[in-house]
Design a protein around this ligand. Sequence first.
Ligand code: AMP
Ligand code: ZN
Length: 478
Amino acid sequence: MTLSLYDTMTRKKRAFTPRNEHRVTLYVCGPTVYNYAHIGNFRPVVVFDLLFRVLRDLYGEDAVLYAANVTDVDDKINAKAAEEGVPIGVISDRYLAAYNADAAALGAMKPTFQPRVTETMDAITAFIADLVAQKAAYAAEGHVVFDTQAFPDYGKLSGRPMDEMIAGARVDVAPYKRHPADFVLWKPSKPGEPSWDSAFGPGRPGWHIECTAMIEQALGLPIDIHGGGIDLVFPHHENELAQGVCAGHGTEYADVWMHNGFLNMGDEKMSKSVGNVALAHDLLKTWPGEALRWALLAGHYRQPLEWTGDLIEQAKSALDRLYRVLDDSARFLEGVPTAARASGGEHRGAVEAHDAVVSALRDDLNTPLAFAALFQLADHVRTSTTGKDVAGVERGRSLLLEAGQLMGLLVADPRAWFQGGADDDMKARVEALIAARGEARAAKDWPAADRIRDELSALKVEVMDGPTGATWRIKEQA
Ligand code: AMP
Ligand code: ZN
């Protein structure tokens, strides 16, 4: 079954064919690192991490090259550095480390490349020089400006008519621009701001050229898939495309353009400027990263998603249900002698449910459908467990883990998942009570053993006596 993806440029879902299936390339616009990122910023991270996994599953782990950039030169970084009296690198390093830690906690794999603007300056200035040589850019008052009139297809990606773009650009039109829609490639730095030498004078790059140059340097143009949030279609991606095509390197830029919808809070796009933000860094203190990942994938990626407490609760309890099945089935298998574990059997239902997860994901990342199929698969494992069908449990369990992990989920040890709600004090207390209960039972002191069991129950702890001793878990919330 092939992969189909919705392409913003052609406005339809198309069968995806990479230029070279041994070298599939994906680029996603990343963060500006001047503060902790909010959970909305992590929607593209999680969505495109899922795509990365689906591509690796299809074409092979080494065949997919994924670059996600970091903007580490920016007014907001400058302002923060000035406020703290430190070089910009101190700010960007600090918040990049926090961003990467949050992304990892949300189950996102490291991209193959994570280029930074400060490490791409030579490629950026070389790209600008190419645009000037192609007469697609001009110098004016210390700036280098892209000439949008040099690109007849300007506006095609966003579908905006030129007069609308002009109207938008007129709000802040600089006198040195020939056309209101023209945009800056290089600008002089203000005194005291970081500055880089170039053939066009000392200064720093505009935002759009950074991505185009980073793509060229990290992956080579053209690429197969370009992704980012829907807010980036215009002007950022429109400008990236114009630069990429006009530099004289070739006429193609990206084969497929993918955009995730907004994460909203209180009916508005979550954004720092509005102030309606929940930081991933804070949410992760309360919730397992996997539950937040599930919540981010709960709706289709192209639709807006409303971020609420209920959404996270539902994600957590969905995962509790799946981990319960994994935990129960693991306990069942522990009690079965290895010799009795006959393999074989078709287990058609489980195989079909597994394949339904894969095909839902290959159909433009249809995560709601994939989740439904994951639950069907879990039902097969549960039924096999109650029916004591050893081979069915083994096969179903491994298919469930495989399908979950394709989505970057079900990666925790099921036992640890249910004990994760307990802090270290609670864990020590539970272990001590279980040990005391064992001693009471050994001494045939039944009233004491019962008392301890009640105490554990009051702590919402469920004790399971198995062949390898007693284990415990936090009881499921009703
Ligand atoms: P920024 O740091 O605002 O440039 O955003 C980094 C990435 O996060 C871009 O791909 C944005 O489109 C995306 N993004 C920012 N806010 C949201 C949001 N509320 N919902 C979904 N994506 C967002
Ligand atoms: Zn970009």
